[in-house]
Design a protein around this ligand. Structure first.
Ligand SMILES: [Zn+2]
Length: 259
């Protein structure tokens, strides 16, 4: 089905949704390239209404390497895991419970990426581990990570999703879920991609450094805070540039993501 066919199935989609579908579809293809994916599992979502309650998410059962803009489900956080509109599918139940609670509870959480990407997840499997400020990439996340230390099985009810969503409400942008994985929340897909990229890079360095068995050389809180501020104030929109370059690669090598 093309984006055009989706549009004929219900009220015409607005520009925010149309562009959101393209950007989020690109995000799935990029995740495959970096091996952040888990086949057909895990989930990304993007709010397309001002109150955040209408959001796009991947349908259950579709491999991320094949997801196209028109495949994405439009969901209502106050509704059910059944997509709005004709011919639409169903969201994965755990995806529904996690993402609907995050979007319903926090309109600023526009784009939510949930993965079990290897290095971040490996650290989430260490007891009481907190991301250590040992390299420049790690300092980007200084004081910006929430930790949910209580793994409780799969998030198959609203309570679990609400609890996970709630840990992000105090302005943190990343959630480490113990024994499970991570979630990154950002104001748009480009920023979420860039955050996820640097998070996994920082975690990879951390795993490699820990694997030596030598003591970590942790920078001071003062330097970590300063470097984090430098990341935030960097005088260019690096996230958009980074994401647009990735989309240019997709445009050339797998342009059907936009269909
Ligand atoms: Zn998960």
């Amino acid at each position: 089905m093309s984006l055009k066919a989706v549009e004929t199935g219900r009220a015409p989609m607005d520009e925010v949704e149309r562009q959101g579908r393209i950007d989020l579809a690109a995000m799935f293809r990029i995740a495959v390239r970096y091996n952040w994916h888990e086949g057909i599992a895990n989930h990304f979502s993007l709010a397309v209404s001002d109150d955040g309650k209408r959001f796009l998410m991947n349908p259950q059962g579709r491999h991320w390497s094949r997801i196209r803009a028109s495949d994405l489900l439009l969901l209502d956080a106050d509704g059910s895991e059944d997509a709005i509109g004709q011919g639409a599918g169903k969201a994965d139940p755990t995806a529904w419970h996690i993402h609907s609670r995050i979007h319903a509870g926090n309109p600023k959480a526009r784009c939510v990426l949930h993965t079990h990407m290897f290095y971040a997840t490996a650290l989430a499997c260490l007891k009481d581990y907190r991301l250590q400020m040992i390299d420049q990439n790690a300092t980007r996340f200084y004081n910006r990570i929430a930790y949910d230390d209580d793994f409780n099985g799969m998030a198959l009810d609203a309570g679990e999703g609400k609890r996970i969503g709630g840990t992000m409400e105090d302005g943190k942008s990343v959630l480490f879920m113990a024994n499970h994985g991570v979630a990154v929340v950002a104001e748009n897909v480009a920023m979420a991609f860039d955050e996820n990229y640097y998070l996994e890079r920082a975690c990879k360095v951390q795993v490699l450094a820990l694997s030596t068995g030598r003591p970590l050389h942790v920078v001071s809180d003062e330097v970590a805070a300063k470097t984090c501020a430098q990341w935030q104030d960097f005088p260019m929109d690096a996230a958009s540039d980074h994401f647009n370059e990735m989309k240019a690669i997709l445009d050339k090598e797998e342009p059907d993501y936009k269909d």
